[in-house]
Design a protein around this ligand. Structure first.
Ligand code: 3PG
Ligand code: MG
Length: 378
C-alpha cells in the first residue's frame, strides 16, 4: 500500500474518496467524527497546492425518496466550517455540471460531488463497481487518493474501480487505521473478546465464521443475536433478524461447532413485539467476560440506543468495557456515535471509523477494496 506522503503529489488535481457516511437526523449531522477524521488528508493536499475533488457515499439509495434523504449537502456545509474555506457542492454525482466544475477547479479549491450512490439508481452502477462509471470519475483528476477507511470492505466504483485508470495512493486516515488495527490482526493479547451487535445483519453475519477461530468469546446483541436465537428455534416475535434459510442453517452449524465461544443474550426489553434492548441478566452475564479479557473489540450496539428508554443495554455494556483494563478497540459509525453520546471515548485505545471494514480486516486480515486496488497498481 502506497501512502500520499511517499510520492510527490504537489499541484495535482486529486480525486479523494472519503467516508462521509455520517448519521443525519432531520437534515442535521448527529456525529461528525468521520468528517473530522478526513481533515488531515484534505489539509495536506491543500498545503501541497492540490485541487481536491471529494467523493463519498451516504446511506443506501434504492428509491427516489432515498435520494432526498441521503444528500451530502449538510456534509459540504460542515466540512466548509471545519476547513474554514469554501467547499463547492455539486448536487449531482455525474453530468455536465460535474465535468465543468472539475475542469475549472484551481489549486487550493475544494469541490464535493453529490452522494456516489445516486448512481445506484436504477442499476447499482456504483455498488457493482461498474467500470464505465469508474472511468468517468477518473477523467475528473490526475490521481486517486483513497482515505475512506470505513468503506474499504466494499470494492465499489468510487472506492476501488477508479484505481484501474489512475495512479492510486492511500490517505492518512487509512494509515492510522491500519497501524492501530494491525496488532489486533497479527499479535493479539488473549483472552480476546469480540462484542458484536448492530442492524446490518446480513452484512455482518458473513464475518462471523472468520472471527470465531480468532477470538475466545463472541458476545452477541442486536440483530446478530436475534438471528442466532431465531435459527436455534426461539420465538423472537417481529425482531430484526436474517430470514435467509441458508444463513440460518450456517448459524446452527456454527453454534454447534463453537458453542463455548458464542455467547447469547438471555433477557430482553420488548416493545411492540420487537426486541429493542438487552436486559439486566444479560448485561451481568456479559460483564464477566469483559472482566477476564485482555483485548476487547466492540462492533455495533445492542438496542435502539437513540431512544433513552432503550439505551440501557448499550450504555451499561459500553461503560463496563470502558472501565476494563483490557486493550479496547471500537469500530463503526453508530458505535462511535453511542460512545461519544455516553462520553466514553477517552478510555478506548482506538476508535476505528469503520464498522464493516474493521470487522472484515480483523476477521480475514484483508480488505476487499485494498485487494482490488493493489491488483491494479502493479
Ligand atoms: C459504514 O457505515 O459502515 C460504511 O460507511 C459503509 O456503509 P455501507 O454498509 O452502507 O456500505
Ligand atoms: Mg454505518
Amino acid at each position: 500500500m502506497k501512502y500520499i506522503d511517499e510520492v510527490d503529489i504537489s499541484s495535482k488535481k486529486v480525486i479523494l474518496r472519503c467516508d462521509f457516511n455520517v448519521p443525519i437526523e432531520n437534515g442535521k449531522i448527529v456525529d461528525d467524527t468521520r468528517i473530522e477524521k478526513s481533515l488531515k488528508t484534505i489539509n495536506y493536499l491543500l498545503d501541497k497546492n492540490c485541487s481536491v475533488i471529494l467523493l463519498s457515499h451516504l446511506g443506501r439509495v434504492k428509491t427516489r425518496d432515498d435520494k432526498l434523504k441521503n444528500t451530502l449537502k449538510p456534509v459540504g456545509d460542515r466540512l466548509s466550517k471545519l476547513l474554514n474555506k469554501e467547499v463547492k457542492f455539486i448536487p449531482e454525482a455525474v453530468g455536465m455540471n460535474v465535468l465543468k466544475t472539475c475542469k475549472d477547479l484551481k489549486p487550493g479549491e475544494v469541490v464535493l460531488l453529490e452522494n456516489t450512490r445516486y448512481c445506484d439508481l436504477p442499476e447499482k452502477l456504483e455498488s457493482k463497481n461498474d467500470l464505465n462509471l469508474a472511468k468517468y470519475w477518473s477523467c475528473l483528476g490526475d490521481v486517486f487518493v483513497v482515505d475512506a477507511f470505513g468503506s474499504l470492505h466494499r470494492a465499489h466504483a468510487s472506492v476501488a474501480g477508479i484505481s484501474k485508470y489512475l495512479p492510486t495512493y492511500f490517505g492518512f486516515l487509512v494509515k492510522e487505521e491500519m497501524e492501530n488495527l494491525d496488532p489486533v490482526v497479527n499479535n493479539i493479547k488473549r483472552p480476546f473478546t469480540v462484542f458484536m451487535g448492530g442492524a446490518k445483519v446480513d452484512d455482518k453475519l458473513q464475518y462471523i465464521e472468520g472471527l470465531l477461530p480468532k477470538c475466545d468469546y463472541l458476545l452477541l446483541g442486536g440483530g446478530i443475536a436475534n438471528s442466532f436465537l431465531f435459527a436455534l428455534g426461539y420465538d423472537i416475535k417481529n425482531s430484526l433478524c436474517t430470514s435467509d434459510e441458508i444463513t440460518l442453517e450456517e448459524l446452527r452449524n456454527l453454534y454447534k461447532k463453537y458453542k463455548e465461544k458464542i455467547i447469547l443474550p438471555i433477557d430482553f426489553v420488548f416493545d411492540n413485539d420487537m426486541i429493542l434492548d438487552l436486559n439486566v441478566k444479560t448485561i451481568n452475564k456479559y460483564i464477566k467476560y469483559f472482566e477476564l479479557s485482555n483485548t476487547i473489540f466492540v462492533n455495533g450496539t445492542v438496542g435502539k440506543f437513540e431512544e433513552s428508554k432503550f439505551a440501557k443495554g448499550t450504555r451499561s455494556l459500553f461503560t463496563f468495557i470502558n472501565r476494563s483494563n483490557a486493550i479496547k478497540i471500537a469500530g463503526g459509525g453508530d458505535t462511535l456515535n453511542a460512545i461519544n453520546e455516553f462520553k466514553l471515548a477517552d478510555n478506548f485505545n482506538f476508535l476505528s471509523s469503520g464498522g464493516g471494514a474493521s470487522l472484515e480486516y480483523i476477521s480475514s486480515g484483508k480488505l476487499e477494496a485494498v485487494e482490488f486496488i493493489e491488483s491494479n497498481q502493479k
